[in-house]
Design a protein. Structure first.
Length: 264
C-alpha cells in the first residue's frame, strides 16, 4: 500500500460513523477552514525558521487538510481525492503549454499574459462570470489583507493599470501619509481608519514595485521586533526591573542596545 493510499484509508477510519473519532466525524468544510489556514501558516513558519525537519511534519499536516476535505466531499457525493488530483494534473498541463505542448513564448511577459488568458477562459467555462465579470472576481475575499491587496494590484497591473516606475509610488505614500495626518487633526475616527487603510494599500504597492513580498517582509519585521523586545525583557529581569515601571527613555536605550548587540 502506498503512503497516500494508507493516508486515505486512515481518513476513512477516522470518519467512520460507528468506530471513528468523534472529533473527526463532526468536522465539515466550514469547521476545517481555521485549521487549514493555521496549517498553511505553520508551513511558512517552518520554512522561515529554516527548520526543515519540522517542515516535513507541517507539510504532512497541510496534506491532511486536503485529504479531510476530499473525504467529506466523497461522503456527500460531490467528488473524491482522485478527482482532485486529476483536475490538478489537467490544469498544470493546460497552463504550461510551453512545457507540454511545444508552445514558445518570446518573453516572460507574453507567458504571463497567456497564463492569465487561460485562467480567465477556465473561469468563463465554469460560468464564474455570470454575476461578476470583473477582472478581480476570483480573488478570494478571505485572504489576509496584505496578500489580497498584492493580488488586486498585480491583477490590475497586468491589465495596464499601474505606475510605470517606482518614483510616483513614493509620492503616493507621502500623499496618503499627509491625508492621514489631516484625518488625525480632524479627530475623525472613521476618516482615520479609511486613511490608514489607504496608506497600507499604497505601501503594499510600493513593496510590489520594489520586488518585495509585503506579507513576508512584515512577518520578518514582527520576528525582529520580538527578538529585540525579548532582549529588553531579559535585561530588565537581570536588573530586577519590570517593563511597566521603567521610564520610556530607559526603554528606548535598551531598544538601541538590542539593535546594536543583536544586529537585527
Amino acid at each position: 500500500m502506498s503512503g497516500i493510499d494508507r493516508l486515505l484509508e486512515i481518513m476513512v477510519q477516522l470518519r467512520d460513523p460507528k468506530t471513528g473519532c468523534p472529533w473527526d466525524r463532526r468536522q465539515t468544510f466550514e469547521s476545517l477552514i481555521p485549521h487549514t489556514l493555521e496549517e498553511a501558516y505553520e508551513v511558512a513558519d517552518a520554512i522561515e525558521r529554516g527548520d526543515y525537519d519540522d517542515l516535513c511534519d507541517e507539510l504532512g499536516d497541510l496534506m491532511l487538510q486536503v485529504v479531510f476535505y476530499a473525504r467529506i466531499a466523497e461522503e456527500l457525493g460531490m467528488f473524491d481525492f482522485t478527482q482532485i488530483v486529476n483536475r490538478l494534473c489537467d490544469k498544470l498541463v493546460r497552463r504550461h503549454p510551453h512545457v507540454f505542448a511545444g508552445v514558445e513564448y518570446t518573453s516572460d511577459a507574453e507567458r504571463k499574459k497567456d497564463w492569465e488568458a487561460r485562467k480567465r477562459a477556465e473561469r468563463e467555462a465554469k460560468g464564474k462570470f455570470k454575476e461578476d465579470n470583473s477582472l478581480l472576481a476570483d480573488i478570494p475575499v478571505a485572504l489576509p489583507a496584505l496578500i489580497q491587496a498584492e493580488k488586486i494590484q498585480n491583477r490590475a497591473a497586468r491589465h495596464g493599470f499601474d505606475w510605470p516606475e517606482v518614483a510616483p509610488v513614493f509620492s503616493k505614500v507621502e500623499e496618503e501619509l499627509a491625508e492621514l495626518r489631516e484625518a488625525v487633526a480632524e479627530n475623525d475616527d472613521q476618516h482615520i481608519q479609511e486613511e490608514v487603510g489607504d496608506l497600507l494599500f499604497v505601501v503594499v504597492n510600493l513593496a510590489r514595485h520594489l520586488g518585495v513580498h509585503p506579507e513576508t517582509a512584515l512577518r520578518e519585521s514582527n520576528r525582529k521586533f520580538g527578538r529585540r523586545f525579548r532582549y529588553m525583557e531579559q535585561r530588565l529581569e537581570q536588573s530586577g526591573q519590570t517593563m511597566a515601571e521603567t521610564p520610556l527613555p530607559d526603554l528606548d536605550a535598551l531598544w538601541d542596545e538590542a539593535k546594536q548587540n543583536r544586529q537585527t
